[in-house]
Design a protein around this ligand. Structure first.
Ligand code: HEM
Ligand code: HEM
Length: 392
């Protein structure tokens, strides 16, 4: 039978139950393996594949969950086998409702986290990666990650209780509860009521608490352009008002952009079209989506040993607004010549500058464990944009 009756589960309900159960259990295992795996160059490829699989399975769960609920709404709900055991039946139903919540909250929180982050493992499907209305924001990713982690704990407990209950029926009670879900066996009263809405209440409270707790308790913690702290040296001719310093590198073939939240620029630039610039970057203010920690690690920016990077250059005017800063970049203890081409638009005592430099991470010995470009590209594009006003 395709459809449910008042005392049996039809093939469609059973398909949804077992396919979602299998995918959820697989995703829990993948999530736990991912959590337990150390993050370094050797494990990068493995982790990216693992998380892409995890996310793709999770999104499949969400789609099946939507279809499952639509289907369930059109179907009678098979009555409990032991309506006389009121407390046991009620607990079993609370767990069922909690599991219904889990198949939405778990993948959605994961997906919100994924949407709010930049880079790292993509969902393997062609329909886009990001959810509408979810901003790229570290604090949103952080809160969604906390909901995801808390939901995982709820899932361990509810799935554990649910499986234990199913086994108790099969082994101790030796009744048809499990057979109803595996084979579609019809069993139990055809007349007693199939669903108790009261059991929805504790399950709903549980999920509201799981979602609300991280939102209410996570400290807002945001980096990036919103908190850019740009200062200038006191003897600078130009005071930098505002700016962004970002870099872009290919990760698994897709561009990923990171940024430095804190840097200082000291610029001297005269009307003759020449001058000097020194930019001191606080590398600990780096953010690179979900891989910030790896980027700060010994393999790349090594921020526990090198907290600053310095770009010092002479500025020359090439033609009209087009300029070139020819100098060196000192990063992770290596000093390498770097050319920054930029445009400078001046309007009286205000100036807008946008520039780009191309680097090769290997020149700085960065990511030496990533010997080919399949995980992390060699070329890095640095983009600077700032506005400044003349002080003297
Ligand atoms: C059936 C749905 C899902 C289940 C059961 C599930 C389960 C888990 C578990 C058990 C963990 C490890 C626990 C932890 O880190 O505290 C985890 C981590 C993670 N999940 Fe999921 N997940 C699901 C769906 C998704 C989806 C759809 C996405 C993204 C599109 C996602 C993204 C992630 C990420 C990025 C992590 C690592 C979090 C971190 O270490 O910061 N998950 N998931
Ligand atoms: C090996 C693992 C599992 C076993 C043995 C199992 C067994 C069962 C059984 C025997 C029933 C029928 C209960 C009844 O008729 O009162 C049932 C129902 C149910 N199970 Fe599972 N289950 C498993 C995993 C899961 C998982 C991971 C979920 C998570 C979504 C889940 C969600 C549900 C829900 C929501 C119901 C209520 C029936 C419905 O509305 O579809 N089960 N399960």
């Amino acid at each position: 039978m395709v459809s449910n009756t008042s005392n049996s589960y039809g093939a469609v309900a059973r398909f949804f139950h077992w396919s979602i159960a299998l995918l959820i259990l697989t995703d829990i295992v993948l999530g736990l393996i991912g959590d337990a795996t150390e993050r370094n160059a050797e494990t990068a490829w493995f982790l990216q594949t693992l998380y892409s699989t995890h996310k793709t399975i999770g999104v499949a769960v969400l789609l099946l969950a939507v279809l499952r609920v639509i289907w369930a709404l059109t179907q009678p709900k098979p009555a409990p086998l032991h309506p006389d055991r009121k407390a046991e039946t009620f607990v079993a139903e609370v767990v069922h409702w909690a599991l219904y919540g889990a198949i939405f909250v778990m993948p959605l929180s994961g997906w919100v986290m994924h949407s709010a982050e930049t880079g790292f493992a993509p969902i393997w499907w062609p329909f886009g990666q990001n959810l509408p209305f979810v901003p790229k924001s570290e604090s949103v990713a952080h809160i969604a990650g906390a909901v995801h982690g808390l939901s995982a704990i709820v899932i361990y407990l509810t799935v554990g209780a649910h499986i234990a209950g199913a086994l108790k029926h099969a082994i101790i009670d030796r009744d048809a509860t499990l057979a109803r879900m595996t084979k579609g066996t019809a069993a139990g009263s055809k007349t007693s009521s199939g669903s108790h809405i009261a059991a929805m209440v504790p399950a709903t409270i549980l999920w509201v608490a799981v979602i609300a707790t991280p939102i209410l308790t996570q400290p807002a913690h945001e980096h990036g352009p919103e908190t850019v702290a740009v200062e200038t040296a006191s003897d600078a001719n130009w005071q930098v008002e505002n700016g962004t310093l970002t870099f872009t590198v290919a990760q698994m073939g897709a561009p990923v952009t990171g940024q430095f939240g804190a840097w200082t620029a000291s610029i001297q630039y005269g009307d003759a079209g020449s001058g000097e610039v020194e930019v001191i970057i606080d590398t600990t203010s780096l953010t690179l989506g979900s891989v910030t920690d790896q980027a700060k690690g010994a393999e790349f920016f090594d921020t526990s040993n090198y907290t600053t990077a310095v770009f010092a250059a002479d500025i020359e005017q090439i033609d009209g607004v087009s300029h070139r800063a020819n100098g060196t970049l000192t990063l992770v203890g290596q000093t390498i010549p770097v050319v920054l081409d930029f445009t400078l638009n001046r309007d009286g005592d205000a100036a807008t500058m946008t520039g780009t430099a191309s680097l090769d991470r290997r020149d700085f010995g960065m990511g030496s464990g990533y010997t080919d470009e399949s995980t992390v590209g060699f070329g890095v594009t640095v983009d600077v944009a700032l506005t400044a006003t003349r002080t003297r």
